[in-house]
Every structure is written in C-alpha cells, then in structure tokens.
Design a protein around this ligand. Structure first.
Ligand SMILES: Nc1nc2c(c(=O)[nH]1)N(C=O)[C@@H](CNc1ccc(C(=O)N[C@@H](CCC(=O)O)C(=O)O)cc1)CN2
Ligand SMILES: Nc1ncnc2c1ncn2[C@@H]1O[C@H](COP(=O)(O)OP(=O)(O)OP(=O)(O)O)[C@@H](O)[C@H]1O
Length: 203
C-alpha cells in the first residue's frame, strides 16, 4: 500500500516521542499505575464472564500488566501472551501463559512462552484481547511499535467476539494520530485513570 513518506516520518516521530515519555516513568509510578489499572479493569462488565484473555508482558516502559495477570489467575481466567509467528512473518500466535510457563526472549527482547502448538488459542476464541500500544487519540486510533502485528491480528478476526481493549499510560494520549488505511482502531482504551469508549464510525 502506498503512503506518503512525510506521514510515515510523522508517525515515526510521534512513536519516538511517546516511547521516550513512557520509558522515563519511575519504577514507583509504574507500580502505582499497575495497581490503578487493576481497579479500572476489575470494574469492567466483560471480565465477570471472561475465561480466556490475551494480554502482554510489559516492555519499553509499557503499563505493567503483571499484577493484573496475577489477579486473572486468582479468578480462574486463563491468560494468553503474543508470540511472534515462526513461519508467518508479521503475525502473532497467542500462547497460554501460566506460573510454570517456560519463557524465552523474542527478537525484540520481549519474553514469550516457548512455542507449543497445544497451548495456542485462536484469536477468535479469546473473550478479551488487551493490546499494547504506543499512542492513542480521542477517536480510538492506535499507533503501535511499527510491526503491524496487532493490526493484522485485529483485521483477521472473523467474529465480533473478542472485546478489544487497548492498555496505556495516560501520557500516551495524543491529540491526533495520522492514520493509515490498515490501522485498526480500538473500541476501548483503559488507562490507570480512565476508560475511554469510542463509537464505531458511521458507514
Ligand atoms: N509487550 C509487548 N509485546 C508485544 C508487542 C508490544 O507492542 N508490546 N507487539 C506489538 O506489536 C509485538 C512485538 N512488536 C514489536 C515491534 C517492534 C519492536 C521494536 O523494538 N522495534 C525496534 C526495531 C527492532 C528491530 O527491528 O531490530 C524499533 O522500532 O526501534 C518491538 C516489538 C508482540 N509483542
Ligand atoms: N492487515 C494488514 N495486512 C497486511 N499488512 C499490514 C496489515 N496491517 C498492517 N500492515 C503493515 O504493517 C506495517 C506496520 O504497520 P504500522 O506501522 O501501522 O504498525 P503498528 O500499528 O504501529 O504496529 P502493531 O500493530 O504491531 O502495534 C505496515 O507496513 C503495514 O502496511
């Protein structure tokens, strides 16, 4: 797909700016934010009936999800973590993640469970997909790390079943993200202080 170089440069500059902001957050702020995130998420009605959720392990100053993952385990909710697809570049698999999971670093230095086809969950079979993101705006536009992994995952969902919820620090909100045709907006963003809900655009 053809897109202007200046728009790509702007997106790259916004990514860099927000990544630097979140990398600069203190360990204490990260801890407090992770606890506030649990408070926000546990009020969501979808969590009451959820059995399988996709989540991520924080990297690069992302909002720390580990206390929430523990909360899920205590409430019999199975957690799944993105693993870079071994044969299908740009795609993700979601693998069961539990206290005994054997982990290794992927090419980006992010921990992921060692591949085991028996513990893969198809994205459509998840109840909730919590996505990482670099920046979001007040229309629900989402800018990721630049690999297109979640754009592909969300574009390939064949049902409306998984609820898609982006997770971010408040400082990751921007006034406007210049979007591309392939960008998949998210209907919900949860931060430590807010739950933003975006309406589907009218066709
Ligand atoms: N915690 C977490 N896990 C995740 C994601 C994420 O955003 N956060 N992803 C969401 O998609 C996928 C990984 N996507 C990523 C894409 C680019 C880079 C990255 O660091 N890119 C470098 C260039 C690295 C290289 O190519 O050598 C860069 O942009 O500087 C990291 C993760 C799957 N797992
Ligand atoms: N559904 C798709 N099918 C094919 N290519 C795609 C799709 N979605 C995104 N891409 C490609 O992926 C590349 C990266 O896209 P983009 O910069 O928007 O990623 P991102 O949203 O920042 O990353 P992520 O989704 O992993 O968080 C682009 O070259 C884009 O063309």
């Amino acid at each position: 797909m053809k897109t202007s170089n200046s728009q790509q440069q702007l997106r790259q500059a916004l990514r860099q700016e927000v990544r630097e902001k979140r990398q600069a957050l203190s360990a204490h702020f990260q801890q407090v934010s992770a606890q506030s995130l649990i408070k926000q998420l546990t009020t969501l009605k979808w969590l009451t009936s959820a059995k399988k959720v996709a989540i991520y392990l924080a990297n690069d100053g992302e909002l720390d999800t580990s206390p929430f993952i523990n909360w899920c385990w205590q409430h019999a909710i199975a957690t799944y973590i993105p693993v870079l697809h071994p044969f299908n570049p740009g795609h993700l698999l979601f693998l069961h993640y539990h206290a005994q999971s054997h982990m290794k670093e992927n090419k980006y230095g992010i921990l992921e469970p060692i591949l085991n086809v028996n513990t893969v969950c198809p994205a459509d079979a998840l109840d909730i997909i919590f996505t990482p993101l670099v920046a979001f705006d007040n229309t629900g536009a989402r800018l990721g790390m630049g690999g297109g992994y979640y754009d592909r995952t969300l574009a390939n969902l064949s049902s409306d079943k998984p609820i898609v919820i982006g997770l971010a620090h408040d400082c990751q909100q921007l006034n406007e993200i210049p979007t591309e045709a392939w960008d998949m907006p998210v209907p919900h963003i949860v931060t430590p202080t807010h739950h933003y809900q975006f309406d589907k655009p009218q066709l």
